[in-house]
Design a protein around this ligand. Sequence first.
Ligand code: SF4
Length: 294
Amino acid sequence: MKSLPLPNKPYPDWSRFIAALWDHGRKQTVMNKAIINSHTYRAQSAICGSMTPREDEGTFVRPSGGLQCARYMHYIVRGETPDPMPEQIGMTFAVGHLLHEISYAAVRSGLPPCFSCEFEKPVDLPDWWPEHEKFKQAGTVDLVISVCDELGAAEYIAQPAPAKMLVDFKTMGGYSHREHKKKMFGLEPDAFGYLAQLAVYADSLGVIDDGAILAGINRDLLMQPLAPRLVTAEVLKAELVRVKAAILSALAGEDPGPAFHMIWGPRADFYCGRAGKKGYCNFKRLCAEEPFGV
Ligand code: SF4
């Protein structure tokens, strides 16, 4: 294995370490053949699943979907059916799966022996997650990297640093990747629920006090470096408070109405498809038909 070489001085934080590790591990001269073989095999089945119809198993609230907006969650719990996504979206999902698997292979190929990693790790959701027919009871986290030799790890990452880091990869188009690199987490809309997902998983694994990393992969420009951004414990905890309140309201059958708009103002229109914007929410039609109740 051709591990990430020791830097002249430790990387200042986990984000910089992970960016260097990913970039090193994806090199043709570093990538381990057996490892990439196993990940391309996994990718094949995920790509096939993305490009063919799925069995309709219904719509659920899950860590990776339905937490971003209280009204969105309310609609799922109420039993509404979201508008279908365009059939051509399968290609975007397929490429996303492939880039995830290559990223796992890159991390595994370049990881120095003083660290260990787990990818696609199944997690038990937190105690407060409702046992309800509209809530999925399982989740997986993309990647957890752990220190297994403190002295060795200290040569790679400046101390003090958490002994474990949760990493969620997101594949993004060029525009979203640029936005991701400068995003003020917690102060800008998180309409795809990335922060909510990360907060639930960090809470599940008991690592929320260490923050967690959202790592953006630019699927339009693959020579671009990875963009790992730390989401701090404060932001994750604030997100959990919002998610828990939305869950209580959804279970009580209350329509939270304009909660998303009250938080984000006109910036919500981009996602909700109001004020002449296209919108990305697949409840936007139903939501526009129902008055906000204020
Ligand atoms: S359109 Fe906007 S407010 Fe309505 S459910 Fe979707 S994200 Fe929420």
